[in-house]
Ligand binder design. Sequence first.
Ligand SMILES: Nc1ncnc2c1ncn2[C@@H]1O[C@H](COP(=O)(O)OP(=O)(O)O)[C@@H](O)[C@H]1O
Ligand SMILES: [Mg+2]
Length: 251
Amino acid sequence: MTIALSTRGLCRSFGAVKGADNITVEFTAGTVVALIGTNGAGKTTFLNLVTGYLKPDSGSVLLGERNITGMEPRDITRLGVARSFQIPQLFDQLTVDENLEVAEIIARHASTASQTKELARVRALALERFGLVPQRDQLAKTLPGGARKLLDIAMAVVSHPSVLVLDEPTSGVSAEEKEGVVETVIELARGLNAMTLFVEHDMEVVAQYADRVLAFFEGRIIADGTAAEVLDAPEVRRLIVGTALGADGHA
Ligand SMILES: Nc1ncnc2c1ncn2[C@@H]1O[C@H](COP(=O)(O)OP(=O)(O)O)[C@@H](O)[C@H]1O
Ligand SMILES: [Mg+2]
């Protein structure tokens, strides 16, 4: 099995707080992995470390065989790691279509003609599946919250990543849209054979879509396995499931 991404002894502190505490983990190419844990558990810190938005105090990050520790986010993006954010990062003065085009241009950096064609297909599919077709010529700044979120995710997907990182893809998306958004993202990710890391508070969604679940607590991974295994682990039940988390999906 090919390892798409791995970390070794990854540590990052914020003063006395350990955001990441010695994280060693390997992710198989093409798998879909959910990150769970209460607020402040270190999920976003971990994603920031693997995408270059934070530099580790020690430890390393490998993309395939390549050591990407300390590289800038844009260089990591060019190597095929795409991410969406808890708060959407859009080009507000550009239209929906133009935002997607920018994301594609970044991806096209190292792609062949057939990949370019594939990108166009994925873009059309993303527009359609995310329900953004009617808004394609609208400026991003005029979009309502849910649509901003969808566009941010669509931008990560159209760059044809080998690793797709989604921080709370369904926060701010209405309850009715939620399942559809996750289903769409995961389907597109699987179609691209992208290894996907997503932070999700809804345990039903986690159980339905993730091949593997990592539970975070105080910067450490306290459980790692299938959804059934992890959601049943005593420490997860004690520290995560049944806490405020899940009640409003935003603990
Ligand atoms: N840039 C930062 N500066 C200071 N503290 C931070 C920063 N980023 C995260 N932290 C702290 O690190 C811990 C983990 O945060 P985070 O990774 O955002 O958790 P999660 O995404 O699981 O809610 C928290 O205690 C948080 O306050
Ligand atoms: Mg977070």
